[in-house]
Design a protein around this ligand. Structure first.
Ligand SMILES: Nc1ncnc2c1ncn2[C@@H]1O[C@H](COP(=O)(O)OP(=O)(O)OP(=O)(O)O)[C@@H](O)[C@H]1O
Ligand SMILES: [Mg+2]
Length: 144
């Protein structure tokens, strides 16, 4: 079942600097999708020789997929990891909700609203949202 949901585009020259390179998975709006998305990202970065970005990219992926899962949309979300420069990857999550992410400054004792501040910090502010007719895509760029 999982295999059927995964649609992988193997980069033509994995490990080289040539572009484009992207991998994609369509996943249910469930917390369990976080692990599958992290695996997709980890495998892609390993294949591209960008292992040093895995920890940060996995953390960012967890936050974006968790937020998408919370929308409670039906059907599937799309998680994409792309190599957009020699040592930069973009993780994108497309969901079916037109509600927008809000960057909330969490205080030290605030238990929630930490996800996007973390993404903001880990990407140096290189993240954003593209509104689409049937939802949106939230992306985050990860570099050294
Ligand atoms: N994909 C999304 N779709 C709709 N709203 C979103 C999405 N991502 C974030 N948001 C909105 O932005 C707010 C802030 O997101 P953030 O990830 O920082 O906090 P949180 O998810 O509420 O808490 P935490 O991540 O700490 O568990 C959310 O409460 C939600 O209202
Ligand atoms: Mg969150």
């Amino acid at each position: 079942m999982l295999r059927a949901l995964l649609e992988a585009h193997t980069p033509p020259e994995a490990g080289s600097t040539s572009l484009p390179a992207a991998q994609e998975a369509q996943l249910p709006y469930k917390p369990q999708s976080v692990g599958q998305a992290r695996r997709l990202v980890r495998e892609a970065l390993t294949a591209w020789g960008l292992g040093h970005l895995i920890d940060t990219a996995a953390l960012v992926t967890s936050e974006l997929v968790t937020n998408a899962a919370k929308t409670g949309c039906q059907l599937l979300m799309t998680v994409t990891v792309e190599r957009i420069a020699k040592a930069t990857v973009r993780v994108s999550v497309r969901d079916g909700s037109r509600a927008l992410p809000v960057l909330i400054q969490a205080s030290d004792d605030d238990e929630g609203h930490r996800g996007l501040s973390l993404v903001h910090r880990l990407t140096g502010g290189r993240w954003g949202v593209t509104v689409e007719p049937l939802g949106k895509v939230v992306h985050a760029d990860i570099a050294r």
